[in-house]
Unconditional design. Structure first.
Ligand code: GDP
Length: 173
């Protein structure tokens, strides 16, 4: 493939177990593991996508399990254009904790501010769901984020989430 028009760094953040690695592997390799050990994690993956007329090369970073020890540092955040904040739709607490992730992002990122997108993962588990669409939308709206729901298991919303992050980055002046 010819040279990309853009190269962007994206990050996935959110509590351990919400499905960040699963979303990344679904997007890049189209695989899903039902019993992925959440300690394994992935460092980063590279994927090139087309958005409209443009070719965009993405380097997408996952926390590789380090979020459990809250040892993410400024070097993880450095130079990123977009951050996908992930919570688990079956865990109200994982949405509340997004507030802490936003604080950390504030501390560790410098202008120009990265684009932030909120994703509720595990939409395939309606019976276990703890977070309604309305609650997630309201949470995102007051914090100036776009909200999408997804399922790494069924693929629903995964490609859309990454593409939307890219579109927002491209739209940022
Ligand atoms: P991470 O710690 O945030 O990277 O989360 P993982 O990707 O390791 O996922 C934690 C657990 O949730 C694993 O057992 C996954 O199989 C499961 N999981 C991840 N995404 C989904 C999903 O969309 N639906 C369901 N049902 N399970 C998921």
């Amino acid at each position: 493939m010819s040279r990309p028009d853009h190269v962007f760094k994206l990050l996935l953040v959110g509590d351990a177990g919400v499905g960040k690695s699963s979303m990344l592997l679904r997007f890049t390799d189209d695989t899903f593991e039902e019993h992925m050990a959440s300690t394994i994690g992935v460092d980063f993956k590279v994927k090139t996508i087309r958005v409209g007329e443009l070719t965009v090369k993405l380097t997408i970073w996952d926390t590789a399990g380090q979020e459990r020890f809250r040892t993410l540092t400024s070097s993880y955040y450095r130079g990123c254009q977009g951050i996908i904040l992930v919570f688990d739709l079956t865990s109200q607490q994982s949405l509340l904790n997004i507030q802490n992730w936003l604080k950390e992002i504030d501390v560790f990122t410098a202008p120009p501010e990265p684009v932030k997108l909120l994703v509720g993962n595990k939409a395939d588990l309606p019976d276990e769901r703890e977070v309604s669409d309305d609650d997630a939308l309201a949470f995102a709206r007051v914090r100036g984020m776009l909200y999408l729901e997804a399922s790494a298991k069924t693929r629903a919303g995964i490609r859309q989430a990454f593409e939307e992050a890219v579109r927002r980055i491209l739209d940022t002046p």
